[in-house]
Design a binder for this molecule. Sequence first.
Ligand SMILES: [Zn+2]
Ligand SMILES: [Zn+2]
Length: 367
Amino acid sequence: MIWQNVILFFTLFAVSVFVIPWYAYQHGFTLAHWLWFLIAFSFCNLSITAGYHRLWSHKSYQAHKVLRVIFAIGGAFALQNSALHWSSDHRIHHKHVDHDDKDPYSASRGFWFSHIGWMLRNYSTKRYDDYSNCRDLQKDAIVMWQHRYYLPLVLATNIGIPLILGVIYQDVVGMLLIVGVLRLFLSHHSTFFINSLAHIWGTQPYTTKNSARDNGVLAVFTFGEGYHNFHHIFENDYRNGVRWWQYDPTKWLIKTCAWLGLADKLRSVSDLRIELARAKTKLAIAQQRLETAPNGVESKARLTAEFERLAQTLNDYYHTKTQLLETKYDTMMKQYEHSLIKLKLAQLKLELKQRRRHWHLLTKQYA
Ligand SMILES: [Zn+2]
Ligand SMILES: [Zn+2]
């Protein structure tokens, strides 16, 4: 057992559930308490999602020194171990997802294990300090600085920040409780839900090969990390929620940082690969359902043929789209060529619309 973790998690829980309501009843909290709670909570969680996760674990973009320092401080404030250690564990999680022995927080070992249980005992004792899967991060001076001074940074942020706020607003105990304890308790568990709930509860639009799920409710509490099914198949994409209606503030933050010149080389997979992944998953699910059905062989063949037609049209459509973007129309000849491609794209768009609809109707019955 790692007793310091057991004591820490238990204390955070007990103070948040019993002491804080009592203090609220006795003294009350002001709007300032809750405002700073929200700021501190967002600072911690975004440092984990945009920093620890999408930047350092997955290298889905590159960040300016200033941004990396901010994330390193926020990560220590979130008290989830150093960025180096976190990323090392996380890369193993992706490589061996759901593998009982290798995945440090394997969801196949149940909700409690993947949520918190894995941190309460000495996991991976043999490789605890083995960061050979993070050699790239060992070259990042800010990551190594944070790793070396992790404990002082943890104390400075977790005690220092609430203390300063307490002095300013003349309620040291109240600020320590809300910005110190409650913020940390909720920040921990909202992150932990990605390892537990996001592997149990939700849909699997992109792959059924691992337990990861897409979950819009979780995305709200986790700054967009709830789209975990997408993430497990396209882990180097800086986005987790790729549809326009999906809530992914971490993606918006990275994009904003790119506009400000604080981030660049944002990596994303093509729309073609995303749509193909969705279609393939529907095909796999339908084929599995048809395994035991009467006329299964016939229906399977029909589905496969329709999938191939859809895949072909998708390929043609996206290829033509790129072609159109790349064709310059500086001469008369090029202008003519450009309008021909434009026409072809319009036809393909129409065809694709029909194919998508057909595919949707065909696979709906197996969903
Ligand atoms: Zn996962
Ligand atoms: Zn990940």
